[in-house]
Design a protein around this ligand. Structure first.
Ligand code: FES
Ligand SMILES: [Fe+2]
Length: 454
């Protein structure tokens, strides 16, 4: 490695190695330029389907969406659809396919079913997927239905309140593929959080362009200049974990080192102080004292409301821990709320993807308790979690109202997709602020290279 390379930041150099905030040991993924054809080609899209999507653990949804026996939601990826349902035996994933003639069983996005009745010829199945009845069974020869065809299951495992499925019956257990240290996600108690907004919007680029844009803070100053007053975009700690997982810790509540004014407590910082219960009018410090004041304000709130923030480091109270799970998940982790992003491949077009985001709030009875502004929740959002927000779906030319920052990304990425396709473009040149991108691609290529079974 270049000895003159400026090291990227370490948030807390004193953090002991076992602390989740500690800088992880370096992983050297080399300097190769990776092939760009995977962003445009249908054949690569098919290889991803055969070797990644159908063989990896995929985040299907959250446990808190299935509080009662019989509750279900649908998870769609590519041409597949799954019924994720709470059964007597726990949460299970069924292919949303009737074994009779292949009809989808359910089309309504979420609900509660004691039995699944097929809309085509009314065959029915129990909650655990077993065949319950065949309409006019006496008209079927025993050779055709004697094996009592039920619903096909996919593997399904839970981690930290998140539901993962895997279409590969021989896949290693989720814990072996996740890559994150024990306790990392559990600490946020996501199982107690409630979805307060769920948006699925179609974007004009390959899904990997989406992942990449959210895996670095290098573009913040250019694409999101408004963040410069409140995000330490050059003080970001990047960490790589096994199996393609990674994270970046973005310090919030401090001005970017790129701007000359490091003193003024600007409007954005005042807003963040207020969110943390600190009155900006009486705040005596400078801009560089705000992050600490936010941490102290949240500690005081935790003591007042019994939130148990002892389990978080100071940095976790102020900063965004943007955490990536291979292949297509990034979670913006904050004690108040998490922002769960899934970059879902388009069914047919490699130059589009579905950006599926859920904002989950930790239920706290305090009017000032709110998710960080960058999550872009519309003002009128009900954050109590009493009613599960319906999924809002937007096609590419509709405005998903994702807020300023995410709206800027949505508007910008198609020009990256288009430019990358140019004959003049040879492949991406990643710096160390983009080490998560290289880590992601090394893992993707490793999995793509694995021969499919069968
Ligand atoms: S396709 Fe389901 S009952 Fe016929
Ligand atoms: Fe962005």
């Amino acid at each position: 490695m270049n000895s003159k390379l400026i090291p990227v930041a370490v948030i807390n150099p004193d953090a002991p190695a076992e602390c989740l905030e500690a800088k992880q040991p370096e992983i050297d993924n080399g300097t190769a330029i990776h092939d760009k054809s995977g962003y445009f080609s249908s054949s690569f899209m098919q290889r991803e389907w055969d070797r990644v999507w159908t063989r990896s653990w995929l985040l299907a949804g959250v446990v808190s969406d299935l509080p009662a026996l019989g509750d279900y939601f649908l998870f769609r990826i590519g041409h597949e659809s799954f019924i994720i349902s709470r059964t007597k035996e726990g949460i299970r994933a069924f292919y949303n396919v009737c074994p009779h003639r292949g009809s989808r069983l359910l089309n309504q996005e979420r609900g509660n079913r004691k039995v699944f009745v097929c809309p085509f010829h009314s065959w029915s199945f129990t909650q655990d997927g077993a065949l319950r009845s065949i309409t006019d069974e006496e008209t079927f020869r025993p050779e055709v239905v004697g094996h009592r065809p039920g619903l096909r299951q996919a593997r399904c495992e839970i981690h930290a309140g998140l539901i993962f499925i895997n279409m590969d019956d021989d896949a290693v257990p989720l814990a072996e593929e996740l890559g994150l240290p024990e306790g990392y996600l559990e600490n946020y108690q996501i199982d107690r959080m409630k979805v307060v907004r769920h948006v699925c919007s179609e974007w004009g680029s390959n899904w990997k362009v989406g992942v990449e844009a959210f895996y670095e803070s290098y573009h913040l100053h250019a694409v999101h200049p408004e963040t410069r007053g409140v995000m330490g975009d050059l003080n970001v700690q990047y960490d790589l974990y096994p199996m393609g997982a990674s994270r970046m810790i973005v310090p919030l509540g401090e001005p970017s080192p790129r701007i000359p004014d490091q003193q003024t407590v600007n409007e954005g910082l005042q807003f963040m102080l207020r969110e943390a219960g600190v009155d900006p009018d009486t705040f005596a410090g400078s801009a560089l004292d705000v992050r600490r004041a936010i941490q102290q304000g949240k500690r005081a709130r935790s003591e007042r409301l019994g939130l148990g923030y002892e389990r978080f480091t100071d940095g976790q109270l102020s900063d965004s821990w943007a955490t990536g799970i291979f292949p297509n998940v990034q979670i913006g982790c904050h004690p108040e709320a998490i922002f769960l992003m899934r970059f879902l491949p388009h069914d047919t077009d490699p130059q589009k993807f579905w950006y599926d985001t859920m904002t989950l709030m930790f239920p706290v009875d305090d009017p000032n308790y709110c998710p960080p502004g960058w999550m872009g929740l519309p003002d009128n959002t009900d954050v109590t979690g009493t009613v599960r927000a319906p999924t809002e779906t937007y096609l590419i030319d509709e405005d998903p109202n994702l807020g300023l920052v995410l709206g800027q990304d949505a508007a910008f990425l198609p020009s990256v997709q288009e430019g990358m396709r140019s004959k003049a473009f040879q492949g991406q040149l990643w710096g160390e602020q983009e080490q998560r991108l290289r880590h992601f691609h090394v893992e993707l290529e490793r999995r793509i290279a694995i021969e499919p079974c069968g």
